[in-house]
Design a binder for this molecule. Structure first.
Ligand code: KIV
Length: 284
């Protein structure tokens, strides 16, 4: 059953009405069907797919081709959620024109509705150019995984008064540049809450407390599918990793004990045809 499509206007109205926005990452066709069915507002095809789908140690290795491949699969499965494609590291940093062209590929080739970029004031010029080209942009500040080595690791941001003030300046610059929403990742709740009050565009928090206008989690974290990195802000709503291992173990045991496949999993043969076949085999 298809849903009514969520638009950027709907997302902005949610903030005005004080209705929390729900966002979740998704990376493939089947997951997109399931997540969309759960009525989520926004699906983010995040570059976190580098870690949870491709086994990289971080997100900097992720390429445009890998992002577009997963975005296309998600777009084929989702019908209602607003679709955000995450621009990978070095697809928008070097040159403004290249940033616009790469952002365009997410809409033109991969069926996304908008793109997300990491970074504060330094990305404002590119964001402005992308928005002017007619492509809606979601910003992302705080812990920005693409520049994790510059940040000195996966660490909470904006813990001092000076760095918190700098995050607020970044958020205001992104709003000014034309972002329709901004992700706040791993920052103290009071800072996120204050930024959310100062902005007219919605904030979507991950590890940023309940004062944001919406929340985002990584699909694999929410479902308990990935245990290599477990930040404090993750809440597991399922234990699918364990469920998968148990199901596969049971399958292996049943194959080894010849209890699978059973009669109900097997195609029968017409009795006469079977007899004729057995007779022919016996004559050989
Ligand atoms: O790539 C991603 O999954 C993200 C979210 C954590 C916001 O950027």
């Amino acid at each position: 059953m298809s849903r009514k499509k969520v638009t950027i206007l709907d997302i902005q109205k949610r903030k005005q009405k004080g209705v929390p926005i729900t966002m979740l990452t998704t990376y493939d066709f089947t997951a997109a069907i399931l997540v969309d069915r759960a009525d989520i507002d926004i699906i983010l095809v995040g570059d976190s797919l580098g870690m949870v789908m491709l086994g990289y140690s971080g997100t900097t290795q992720v390429t445009m081709d890998e992002m577009l491949h997963h975005c296309k699969a998600v777009a084929r499965g989702a019908s209602g959620a607003l679709l955000v494609g995450d621009m990978p590291f070095m697809s928008y940093q070097a040159d403004v024109a290249e940033a616009v062209r790469n952002a365009g590929r997410f809409l033109k080739e991969a069926g996304m509705d908008c793109v997300k970029l990491e970074g504060g004031r330094e990305t404002a010029v590119s964001i402005q150019a992308i928005v002017q080209a007619g492509i809606p942009v979601m910003g992302h500040i705080g812990l920005t995984p693409q520049t994790v080595s510059q940040l000195g690791g996966f660490r909470i941001q904006g813990k001092t008064a000076v760095s918190a003030q700098s995050l607020l300046e970044d958020a205001l610059a992104l709003q000014e540049a034309g972002c329709f929403a901004v992700v706040l990742e791993a920052i103290p709740a009071t800072v996120a809450s204050h930024i959310s009050q100062q902005l007219t565009i919605p904030t979507i928090g991950i590890g940023a407390g309940a004062g944001c206008d919406g929340q985002v989690l990584v699909y694999h974290d929410l479902l308990g599918l990935y245990d290599r990195l477990q930040p404090r802000f993750v809440k597991q709503y399922g234990a699918l990793g364990e469920a998968i291992t148990t199901a596969v173990q049971t399958y292996s045991e049943e194959v080894r004990s010849r209890t699978f496949p059973a009669k109900e999993h097997t195609y029968p043969m017409n009795e006469e045809e079977e007899a004729a076949f057995l007779a022919a085999v016996a004559e050989r």
